[in-house]
Design a protein around this ligand. Sequence first.
Ligand SMILES: [Zn+2]
Length: 126
Amino acid sequence: MVEDDAFLEDHQSRARCIRCGDEKFQPYHRCESCRFEPQNDDLVKSVYLSVWRYEDADKQAHWAEALKVLTKDEIVHFTFASEEMKRLHTFVGDLVKTGGRHFWFVGIPLIAAIMGLTWAVFAKTF
Ligand SMILES: [Zn+2]
């Protein structure tokens, strides 16, 4: 897997905006050029046009180079293979679910801690 802070070589792309074809850092980021923020099916397409499409490092590197070579016009009119879309749908769905689980295990205890702290301060003040 490509680490979040790992930069690729000059001749590689991490992700491209499916709306305007501009380069971006992560598939789920809002595009800085056209302000497009992909969701649902568009997010799956965005993952398709990013190195996150593959988990295998060699495939990632190969795809990163292919992504760099595609023109903006080719990106905007890219033909998404339906089998690959299906596969990525499951992959992205799992990621979203994992993210949701993250909220329950990290988000809720964090909110509870903040509320507890606020209450403690509040109780002391009054
Ligand atoms: Zn864009």
